[in-house]
Design a protein around this ligand. Structure first.
Ligand code: SF4
Ligand code: MG
Length: 340
């Protein structure tokens, strides 16, 4: 069956205005040709360091701004060029949970009204009794006491507020929830509770999740597949186990080397990348990672590697954008899994 969400060659370039006449003097190539899909009921995690463009991908999918190029297709319908009135029902099907559950909840609304608003806006209740019942059910769904609907956002802890944020997203009865660093601001123990809740809800409700995070340790617990972004591009996409056990892109390898492994003696050797992430205003030629890659060779500086299936991967559906995979196995440091 066709994917729930299909993003093709998405680009979002922000113009930079300046100079005496305020003209466009350049662009921030925030997202620069990104393709991925999410199946119904699947979690895809979009990972990478801050500034790599992952939040911009989330906002572009949500149609929070016009895109520069490419396509966003939801359930077979192209939504990026839809007129506002046809887009409205499509918007209901994609909801978002943000990082900061406090600033994203209106402090002057009781929880009851926060949850009732999307139900009303999208016409999902026929009368007041049904509205009240739906709000109560949402509280059950996110494991909060029903009588808490009378309280105000400031009366809740960070974790409870994030449960309300999730309930508000669920109120629209979506097929896809975009979680943008949804657990990053929470304490470690609360983080685990919210991640477990999201996982449970996904199973119960058959939701798809786009889980945007810089935290690979969290991602490992809850995702089906992972897409890794670097400087506006996806450099690797793979099923979770295939990516964590045997990454096929040097950037992923470096990111994973920083993730603590709970087993003693199994720690990966830490790979420290040289330099900083280059500016998305003037990205490097060829492979964008070549200025920091420990394995870069001549070809990397001039030729951009396409994202393509990697035959030596552990599992099918593992793609990476790296020239190393054209080299003979004995010269490709990522041909086999290391330290497994
Ligand atoms: Fe490194 Fe070259 Fe692969 Fe880019 S293409 S990740 S520079 S080896
Ligand atoms: Mg971000």
């Amino acid at each position: 069956s066709s994917p729930l969400l299909d993003v093709q060659d998405l680009k979002k370039h922000f113009p930079i205005r300046g100079g005496f006449f305020g003209g466009v003097t350049g662009h921030v190539y925030a997202v620069d040709g990104v393709s991925f899909h999410i199946n119904k009921g699947e979690t895809l995690s979009l990972v990478g360091e801050s500034g790599c463009g992952k939040s911009t991908v989330g906002k572009a999918v949500l149609q929070l701004f016009g895109i520069t190029d490419g396509q966003v297709v939801l359930d077979g319908k192209r939504i990026d060029d839809m007129p506002a009135n046809s887009l409205r029902p499509m918007r209901r099907r994609m909801q978002v949970v943000f990082q900061d559950p406090f600033s994203s909840l209106n402090p002057r609304m009781r929880v009851r009204d926060i949850l009732a608003e999307p139900i009303r806006n999208f016409g999902l209740a026929r009368n007041g009794a049904e509205l009240t019942a739906k709000v109560a059910k949402l509280m059950d769904t996110v494991r909060l006491p029903r009588d808490a609907v009378n309280r105000w956002p400031h009366e809740f802890s960070g974790g409870q507020r994030q449960r309300i944020g999730i309930a508000r997203a669920l109120a629209a009865e979506p097929d896809l929830i975009i979680c943008d660093e949804a657990v990053s601001a929470l304490d470690v123990s609360v983080k685990a509770q919210i991640v477990n809740l999201l996982q449970d809800l996904q199973g119960e409700l058959g939701l798809a999740l786009l889980f945007i995070s810089h935290d690979l340790a969290i991602v490992e617990h809850m995702t089906h597949r992972v897409a890794v972004m670097y400087l506006g591009k996806i450099v690797e996409v793979a099923p979770k186990r295939s990516l964590f056990a045997a990454p096929k892109h040097p950037y992923t390898e470096a990111l994973l080397s920083a993730v603590p492994v709970p087993m003693p003696g199994k720690q990966r050797e830490r790979i420290l990348l040289k330099g900083d992430v280059p500016s998305p205003i003037n990205p490097p030629t060829g492979c964008r990672f070549h200025t920091r890659c420990p394995y870069a060779f001549d070809r990397c500086r001039t030729e951009e590697p396409p994202l393509r299936p990697i035959p030596t991967a552990l599992e099918a559906g593992h793609t990476a954008a790296c020239h190393l995979h054209d080299l003979p196995a004995d010269r490709n440091p990522l041909a086999v899994a290391k330290g497994q």
